[in-house]
Design a protein around this ligand. Structure first.
Ligand code: MGD
Ligand code: MGD
Ligand code: MO
Length: 753
């Protein structure tokens, strides 16, 4: 931390560009001069082109998303952009669990209980599936890797699903080494085994999912039983209009039909007589699911995924037969084009086996004390941050992708990049980039992003260090690290305060920067100071911010709805206080009404990745290796920290992991310099020969640039030599607008000499 915080290359003062863009000539200015300039420039763009012409970028894990929202909406732009193609980190999984079961659910490692594993309310899961995650390197998403080790010591058996043999995979009962990006097929195959062998929890499925509901198949309409509308004894049906995603007839007394048969069983085709005298044929949701998974026999799934048939069957049986069991999944599920249907299929594994919100299962994660500082949809200060409907309509991609309207109100990243060049329906003139290293870290096709940045009138970067992206800015603001700021952390319980302990030069926290500027653009902002805002945010906890800072963190009491278990049975998950889940229908939606409302398939399915041995055999002939990227390093965070001496000593070089047999055939030895290349570009790496990887794949860690090399354009710290994202295209997203082929491109490898 000392090498990081006091590093000589650390930005210490606001810097204004004085040379050409990218020339690396700057002058120090005061914060007042910087703020004045930003206000003038952004107001000027707003006056000429409208507030939508300025994009506000952020990325992950920097305590920025909360505060940048306040700035973006205060300025008046609808275009908050998560800079990663297809929003392929965390958002897709979160969206799917929200649509299907109302909230995010995570492996219960007793993190909600003060006495942890010894709490009498807790049960150790008998089986844990670690799916597409390497928690020993990542500790991702507020979940600590040693929890899985703790549980293993207490008896949990592991199934690991990963193309690489991770530390956990080497210790698992079953390791499924699948072909990258075929997770959806594998999940459907496991559903096939569980359904065929009747290993699901029939009672749970009938009572808490929409499996017994009838679907009028030809129109893709869902008919709901009236007990959901809770109108008493008479059995009536409500039609769910899956085109609009809302009930066509919500008030049952207005229903124009009544069913012939009262409660349908899980399976079957039913004739429903309508009051106008006509009749219509319906199938249950469960029947439709059974039909779907019938296509995914273990034999067929073995062909698709490269996982032997017996292992698929064993894993499905072991997971379903050992209650409680839980699934812990990672970001690789987000970074495939079929992220939405794949996450849907995986979610259904825990839903149909009843492993939901019970001790040791996938437990619903609610904000501690209902405190949520993530105001993408502002909860506090909402009226001051609301955008007018005509501006909201201009959010890039919102007309095309439902989740951008109903779930996370962000612009669509890939369409945003396109629009910078087409300028249709309106031009983009400015970029505010805060904690996002687009050219070295999260931008796929980074050359295109480079061209996009060159087109801008005004770019501000807020960062800790100069990097390839900030080199192209007009103004660079020095951010404070988390040691230098007051803030909050609430993801997945408990409620945490971040406390400022040091000050470094002229650096300011993101919170402070965004708040100061937001005040300039938005006189309606309800808070006079940051402390006032924090007080407002933590209010539901019954504490002030300074009280929370004093104790550091607090776990909600068991009586609070943010503490588990079985809250669907107690009416604690829905805002109407009714029993059930926080979905549109109150049930876990195997058939997702959200999805059909957005015009996408309401049931899980599998599709080949855009470039694969099966989908594009002619491309595969020239590029015979499947390239995964971005497995995490234990010492670096994304594109950061290469300038920290002790960390660089641990991992000095950008590498590529390649199987010894594959390398041997290419004449590549351990430590050789190699080019990784495909039709989009190439990058240079040092070969690391390792048997943990499948011979038909390679793994290329991402985020590399060289802080020690020349910073000015065209060198940009050597980023073009080493950035693997040059081999990954923009614009290959899945049906919901999410996902991208980050884990499964095709390439070839050859010696660099
Ligand atoms: N130290 C450190 N910690 C970090 C980060 C960091 O850079 N450094 N980054 C943070 C961020 S932003 C994130 S999103 C998380 C990510 O952390 P994780 O969720 O753990 O995700 P990844 O590291 O991308 O990949 C995890 C595993 O997925 C495997 N994998 C690759 N492709 C596939 C596939 O198609 N299917 C399956 N089933 N598995 C696949 C990889 O081999 C790898 O072992 O980590 C966070 N934590
Ligand atoms: N090929 C490939 N590309 C990937 C991935 C992959 O697996 N493969 N993973 C993707 C994922 S999951 C993610 S989340 C994105 C991440 O992409 P980014 O979050 O953009 O990560 P970085 O590229 O490291 O850029 C973060 C920048 O924030 C700065 N920073 C750090 N702390 C602070 C702070 O407190 N305040 C401010 N203002 N700045 C700060 C850092 O110095 C750095 O320049 O990358 C994605 N890119
Ligand atoms: Mo991420």
């Amino acid at each position: 931390m000392t090498q990081f915080v006091y590093h000589e290359q650390r930005l210490r003062h606001p810097l204004l560009r004085v040379g050409e863009r990218g020339e690396n000539k700057w002058k120090e200015v005061s914060w007042k001069e910087a703020y004045d300039l930003i206000e003038t420039k952004l107001n000027d763009i707003k006056a000429r082109h409208g507030p939508e012409s300025v994009l506000f970028f952020y990325a992950d894990g920097k305590d920025v998303s909360e505060w940048i929202t306040i700035l973006t909406y205060s300025y008046g732009s609808p275009n908050l952009v998560y800079a990663l193609s297809g929003s392929s980190c965390y958002t897709p999984r979160t969206m799917v669990t929200w649509a299907v079961q109302g909230n995010v659910a995570v492996l219960d490692a007793s993190q909600w209980l003060p006495k942890r594993y010894d709490d009498p309310a807790y049960t150790v899961p008998r089986c844990i599936i670690v799916w597409a995650q390497d928690p020993q390197a990542t500790c991702a998403d507020g979940f600590y890797s040693h929890w899985i080790v703790d549980l293993k010591k207490r008896g949990s058996e592991l199934i690991v699903i990963d193309p690489r043999c991770t530390w956990l995979a080497s210790r698992a009962k079953i390791w499924l080494q699948l072909r990258p990006a075929t997770d959806g097929a594998l999940a459907l195959g496991m559903l096939n085994v569980i359904i065929t062998e009747k290993l699901y929890d029939t009672k749970f499925v009938k009572e808490w999912t929409n499996a017994p509901f009838l679907v009028k198949v030809d129109e893709n309409r869902l008919l709901l039983e009236s007990d959901l509308v809770r109108d008493g004894s008479e059995k009536k049906f409500v039609i769910w209009d899956t085109k609009t995603g809302s009930p066509a007839i919500w008030n049952p007394s207005e229903a124009k039909f009544s069913p012939k048969k009262a409660t349908p069983a899980l399976e079957g085709t039913y004739t429903v007589a309508l009051t106008d005298g006509t009749a219509t044929d319906c199938k249950t949701v469960w029947t439709l699911l059974c039909e779907r998974v019938a296509d995914f026999s273990p034999e067929k799934v073995a062909d698709i995924t490269w996982v032997p048939k017996d292992k698929i069957v064993d894993a499905a049986r072991f997971y379903a037969k050992n209650h409680p069991s839980a699934i812990h999944w990672g970001a690789s599920i987000d970074m495939i084009t079929t992220t939405t249907p794949s996450a849907h299929a995986i979610t259904l594994l825990w839903c149909i086996t009843g492993n939901v919100d019970k001790p040791g299962t996938n437990v619903i994660a609610l904000d501690p004390f209902d405190v949520n500082p993530y105001p993408l949809q502002p909860k506090v200060g909402a009226s001051a941050l609301a955008l007018p409907p005509d501006v909201l309509k201009k959010r890039i991609g919102a007309d095309r992708y439902g989740p951008l309207r109903d779930f996370r109100p962000r612009a669509h990243t890939d369409l945003t990049l396109e629009q910078i060049f087409t300028e249709k329906p309106y031009p983009i003139k400015g970029m505010w980039i805060q904690g996002a290293n687009i050219l070295a870290g999260n931008g796929m096709d980074p050359r295109r992003w480079y061209e996009a940045m060159k087109k801008m009138e005004f770019i501000v970067c807020v960062d800790l260090f100069m990097n390839p992206t900030s080199m192209l800015a007009d103004l660079v603001l020095p951010a404070a690290t988390f040691l230098e700021k007051d803030s909050l952390h609430t993801l997945w319980v408990p409620l945490n305060a971040i406390k400022k302990v040091i000050t470094v030069a002229d650096c300011k926290s993101d919170t402070e920067i965004d708040f100061e500027l937001a005040k300039r653009f938005n006189p309606k902002l309800p808070w006079k100071s940051l402390d006032e805002m924090f007080d407002d945010i933590v209010k539901p906890s019954g504490m002030t911010f300074s009280e929370l800072k004093k104790i550091g963190w607090k776990t909600p009491p068991k009586s609070h709805r943010s503490s588990p278990y079985e809250r669907h049975e107690k009416g604690m998950l829905r805002s109407d206080g009714q029993k059930g889940f926080n979905t549109l229908t109150g049930r876990i939606e195997i058939f997702s009404t959200r999805f059909s409302g957005w015009g996408i398939d309401p049931l899980p399915y599998y599709e080949e990745p855009p470039f694969s041995p099966i989908r594009t055999p002619e491309v595969y002939k020239d590029y015979p290796l499947i390239m995964m990227t971005g497995r995490r390093s234990s010492v670096y965070f994304l594109s950061e920290h290469r300038m920290i001496p002790w960390l660089r000593e641990v991992e000095p070089d950008p590498i590529v992991e390649i199987h010894p047999r594959t390398a041997g055939a290419l004449g590549v030895k351990d430590g050789d310099s190699v080019w990784i290349e495909n039709w989009l570009g190439r990058c240079k790496r040092k070969a690391k020969l390792t048997p943990i990887i499948h011979p038909k794949t390679i793994m290329v860690p991402h985020g590399w640039w060289f802080p020690e090399k020349e910073g000015s354009d065209p060198s940009l710290f050597g980023v073009w030599e080493v950035n693997v994202n040059q081999l990954i295209p923009m614009g290959y997203n899945g049906a919901a607008g999410y996902g991208s082929p980050i884990k499964s491109m095709l390439c070839k490898v050859y010696r660099a000499e």
